[in-house]
Structures are given as C-alpha cells and as structure tokens.
Design a protein around this ligand. Structure first.
Ligand code: CTP
Ligand code: CA
Length: 221
C-alpha cells in the first residue's frame, strides 16, 4: 500500500536544487567529469515536491528520471549551471547538491589529435555558484550547501559554511561508496551546531532534509 501523502507544508514556496556532476569539455569529443550520480539531489527535489514546493531542479548530465512535479533544467558545464540558477531566481530556498567542477579547460575547438607532443590541459577556475548566490541581492532566505569530503569532514564543513556564507552545510564522507550508492551518512551543520544523522537511504535523507527546510521556512516567515 502507498504511504499517505505528507501535508503540503511547502505549498507556495519555490525551492531551487542543483544536482549531479558537471562536464567540462576538453575538445568536442572529450570532457572532465566526476563521480556524482545525482541521486541525492534528485531525491531532495522529489521530497520537496512531495511537500508541495514548486521545485526547479538544475541538473548536470545524469541518467535519472525527473521526479514527479519537478521542473528540470538540464545543463552540462558549471558555467551553464550558474546561468540556469541565475535565471531560476527568486527562490525561497536553494539546496546546492551538485558536484560542480572547480575548473574548466581552455578547450580546443577541434578534436585534439595524437601527435608528437603530449597535450597539456590549461585549467581556469569556474564560478562558485553557491558563494555567488550567497552574496546576491536575490539570496534565498535559506541557502544550503553540500560538502563532500574524504577527510576531516566536520572541520571542512564548518569552514565552508562560513567561507561560502551558507546557512547550512550538509557534510558527508565520500571516501567509501557514497558516490553512486543508495545510502548516505550526513552531518547537518548549522549556526546552532552539528547534528549527525544515522546512515540512511538517500530518499530518507532527502525526506528529513525537506522537513527541516519546511520547519525553517515556517519559523522565518
Ligand atoms: N559549489 C558551487 N559552485 C562551485 C563549487 C561548489 O555551487 N563552483 C557548491 C556545491 O554545490 C556544494 C558546495 O559548493 O554545495 C561545496 O562544494 P565543494 O566542492 O565541497 O567545495 P569547494 O569550495 O569547491 O571546495 P573543495 O572542492 O576544494 O573541497
Ligand atoms: Ca569543489
């Protein structure tokens, strides 16, 4: 039997979610990517929509179906993701789950051919979408970042919350099989401190986070 529909606590709210990796072209046939599957971000978009939010999901290249009642915008590169986020504003809350590439390649207009010299890739920094949004006049009331770390998880998460001027950071240890896996073990870092959640399926992490977002928007309005 289907679980009863939850109360529409986010009706009338617009929530922006970024998810998945970005791909940064090297030339017309090659790119740099990362291991993000997009599952956690898509699960969060789905959970927010179940609570009645209007959800805009800006998705990097992933092999996932669009959750019901979610507006999806597909992008490839970090710079396209930054533009799509900008166009989707204003929003009451934003959850930046995407594993955005930190650099793009100064890409070649034609396929690089094997020759005498091994090519060297020149990298340039991508815009930081979360940090830019935090300082924008259209900053959502609740701005949430993710921090995927392989060591010193909480230490990095605390620093990221301050550096990026985010309200919350959801930190996770990705040194195991989290990227692409079905479960996630996260710490919610807020101004009030840290809550460490038990290891849960990504859908359950998403449902709990969506509830917390609804709580925060109810108290802030
Ligand atoms: N993020 C972003 N734009 C970028 C890089 C990251 O919006 N160009 C967001 C991610 O979506 C995430 C948060 O910032 O919500 C933290 O990303 P992360 O890669 O962990 O942080 P960085 O500041 O890039 O630091 P590093 O990769 O060196 O750990
Ligand atoms: Ca990064």
């Amino acid at each position: 039997m289907l679980a009863p529909a939850p109360p529409k606590r986010l009706a009338g709210r617009h929530v922006l979610v970024t998810a998945g990796p970005t791909h940064e072209p090297i030339d017309p046939v090659r790119y740099i990517a990362n291991r993000s599957s997009g599952k956690q971000g898509f699960a969060i978009a789905a959970a927010l929509a179940r609570l009645g939010a209007r959800v805009t999901l800006v998705a990097g290249p992933v092999m996932l179906a669009t959750p019901p009642a979610v507006d999806r915008i597909d992008v490839e590169t970090a710079r396209e993701m930054a533009d799509a986020v900008d166009r989707a504003l204003p929003a009451d809350a934003a959850v930046m789950v995407a594993a955005v590439a930190d650099w793009h390649v100064e890409s070649a207009p034609q396929k690089i051919k094997k020759g005498n010299a091994t090519p060297t890739l020149r990298l340039a920094e991508n815009p930081d979408i979360l940090a830019t949004l935090a300082r924008s006049p259209h900053r959502p009331r609740l701005l949430i970042g993710f921090a995927a770390e392989t060591e010193c998880v909480l230490e990095h998460a605390f620093a990221k919350r301050i550096r990026k001027a985010a309200d919350w950071i959801v930190a996770n240890d990705v040194s195991g099989d989290v990227m692409g896996g079905a479960d996630n073990s996260v710490h919610l870092v807020t101004e009030a401190g840290v809550e460490s959640w038990e290891r849960l399926p990504k859908d359950a992490v998403a449902a709990r986070l969506a509830d917390r977002i609804a709580d925060a928007l109810e108290t802030a309005s």
